[in-house]
Design a protein around this ligand. Structure first.
Ligand code: SAM
Length: 246
C-alpha cells in the first residue's frame, strides 16, 4: 500500500514550508488539497508539478473511498489544507481515521499551526492546554460552549474571525468576568503580527475601540493561576535524597 502524508502549509510566511514538505509534495502520486487553486500558488512557488485533486468538507464522504482505493493500489497521497496543519479546524481527520481503520500508513509532517504558535508566545501557561478551535456563531450556543470550555483548569485556545472578535470577547466577559488573562494573537508569521495581551476586560475594550483585522487566535488563561512547574537542580536533589532516606 501507499502512504498518506499530512503536510502542513504556511499560515502566512512562505518561508515556513519545510524542505521535507517540498520533497514529499514532489514525490507523492497525488496531492489532495482543500482548495486546489490556493495550493497551486504554493506548488508554483516551489516548482512542484504533482497532480492535485480537491478534498474539502463538501466532498469528504465521496472522496474518502476513492483516496483509500488509490492508497490500497500503492499510490502515495499528500493531504494539505489551505493553511497550517491538516485536520486542525480543517479537513483531514476523517480521512486519517479511515486510513487507520484500513491499516494504511499515515505520516504527519510537523509544521505551521496557528494555535501552537500563538500559545508558546502568549506568555500563558503552556501545560496543560486545550485546543478548542472555532466557536459556535449563535449567541446562546456560544455561551453554553464557553461555559463548558472556559472553566477547564488549563489554557484554552480558540480560532475566531476579525468580523466576530468583538462580540466573542463580550461573551467571554459575560461567562468568565473581566479579570482573567487573555491574549489575542494576530497575523502570525506575517508583516503585522501582533499580540494583544491583558485582562478580558482590557482586551475586549481594546478590540472594541480598534477593530483589529486579520486572522486571529484567542488564548484564555485558566480560572485560577495554575501552580508554575519549576525544575531546580536543588529541588530534584532534595526529592532524590528524600526517597533514598526512606
Ligand atoms: N489548519 C490551521 C492551523 O493549523 O492552524 C487552521 C485553519 S482554520 C480554517 C483558520 C483559522 O486559523 C483562522 O480563522 C484563525 O483563527 C487561525 N489562523 C490561521 N492562520 C493564522 C495566522 N497567520 N495568524 C493568526 N491566526 C491564524
Amino acid at each position: 500500500t501507499g502512504t498518506l502524508y499530512l503536510v502542513p502549509t504556511p499560515i502566512g510566511n512562505l518561508g515556513d514550508f519545510s524542505p521535507r514538505a517540498v520533497d514529499v509534495m514532489r514525490s507523492v502520486d497525488v496531492i489532495a488539497a482543500e482548495d486546489t487553486r490556493n495550493t497551486q500558488k504554493l506548488l508554483t512557488h516551489y516548482d512542484i508539478t504533482t497532480h492535485q485533486i480537491s478534498f474539502h468538507e463538501h466532498n469528504t464522504q465521496e472522496r474518502i473511498p476513492q483516496l483509500l482505493a488509490r492508497l490500497q493500489a500503492g499510490e502515495s497521497i499528500a493531504q494539505v489544507s489551505d493553511a497550517g496543519m491538516p485536520a486542525i479546524s480543517d479537513p483531514g481527520q476523517e480521512l486519517v481515521a479511515a486510513c487507520v481503520a484500513a491499516n494504511i500508513p499515515v505520516v504527519a509532517l510537523p509544521g505551521p499551526n496557528a494555535g501552537l504558535t500563538a500559545l508558546i508566545a502568549s506568555g500563558l501557561v503552556t501545560q496543560p492546554f486545550a485546543f478548542i478551535g472555532f466557536l459556535p456563531r449563535k449567541a446562546q450556543e456560544q455561551k453554553t460552549f464557553l461555559q463548558q470550555f472556559a472553566e477547564l483548569p488549563m489554557t484554552t485556545i480558540y480560532y475566531e474571525s476579525p468580523m466576530r472578535i468583538a462580540k466573542t470577547l463580550a461573551r467571554f466577559t459575560e461567562v468568565v468576568g473581566g479579570d482573567r488573562q487573555i491574549v489575542v494573537a494576530r497575523e502570525l508569521t506575517k508583516k503585522f503580527e501582533s499580540y494583544i495581551r491583558g485582562t478580558v476586560a482590557e482586551v475586549a475594550d481594546y478590540v472594541a475601540a480598534n477593530a483589529p483585522k486579520g486572522e486571529m487566535v484567542i488564548l484564555l488563561a485558566p480560572p485560577a493561576p495554575a501552580a508554575p512547574v519549576t525544575w531546580s537542580a536543588a529541588a530534584v536533589q532534595d526529592a532524590v535524597a528524600d526517597r533514598v532516606a526512606h
